[in-house]
Design a protein around this ligand. Sequence first.
Ligand code: A3D
Length: 318
Amino acid sequence: MRKKITLIGAGQIGGTLAHLIALKDLADVVLFDVASGIAKGKALDIAQSSPVNKFNIKLSGTDNYEDTKNSDVIIITAGVPRKPGMTRDDLLGINLKIIKQVAEGIKNTSPNAFVICITNPLDVIVMALQKYSGFPKNKVVGMAGILDSSRFIYFLSQELNIPVQKIDSFVLGGHGDSMVAMLGSTKVDGKKITDLVKDGKIKKERLNEIVERTKKGGAEIVKHLEKGSAFYAPAASGVEMAESYLKDLKKQLPCAAFLNGEYDTKDLYAGVPVIIGSNGVEKIVELNLSSEEKENFKKSINSVQELFNAAKKIDPSL
Ligand code: A3D
């Protein structure tokens, strides 16, 4: 039987997700949005490209949770995107309310779904979603690390003139300005980036600039677009997670996952490498971090915890 993916939020990322899923023939798609016209219009528009692109999935748009029932995967982008000058954290109050509504909507209709959250501020919203919905922690995961790592790899490839396929790296921690590029796990054409620095192939200062640009990668796009935030690369990253789950690919992907002691962190969602297969988050992969990486990771965790404490002040039921 064909699989079913529901996209909650049919905005910039939701629409792009639907298009990518269609092009991959991955699953039937239900686009859900409180603005039902947007969901219906985008579903119909993409469906009308099926004769050209030769895909065979069904697409529909709705504002009724009944139509999303028994979804295999749910990807959530419902919320308000950042505006210029707004931090991810400013979004907290607005998006917490939205995510509570979404949790209520999906918990009875698709209790077995694998749920991927993209709404910002990511780590706190995914944690709130898990709590509001009561879904198992291995079935609720946040998308951020794939995007942040992808941005870092792209910038490195431009700088070093090396194809992106030859670069491996992880950006972990919280999805905010404190995210941590794991230089110890970054390899360019099989060589450690730290060795390339030693060999003078890239200056330490230049590498630091690239790390900083990655941290502010979302804001750079917000500034260019003036209206809305990044959506092509975030959607591509979300689809990679959904595909690994649906096809049991057991890919190792950096995602916001619930930590229960791993990376010296307890009771908090944060970006770490995980294995995603048909059981959801099947494993949290613990990398060997340098003492500097450990320290930066801890700082990043602290800022996620602070923001979660702020969320608890807004909604003490969390
Ligand atoms: P946008 O194009 O505004 O789409 C959001 C959609 O959500 C709109 O169509 C709204 O109508 C809809 N919506 C609002 N409230 C509800 C609700 N209660 N139920 C259902 N739908 C609702 O935004 P976007 O697609 O550009 O971004 C979506 C979210 O992703 C924002 O929170 C962004 O900040 C976030 N985002 C996260 C990343 C990460 O890497 C984590 C990257 C880029 C954007």
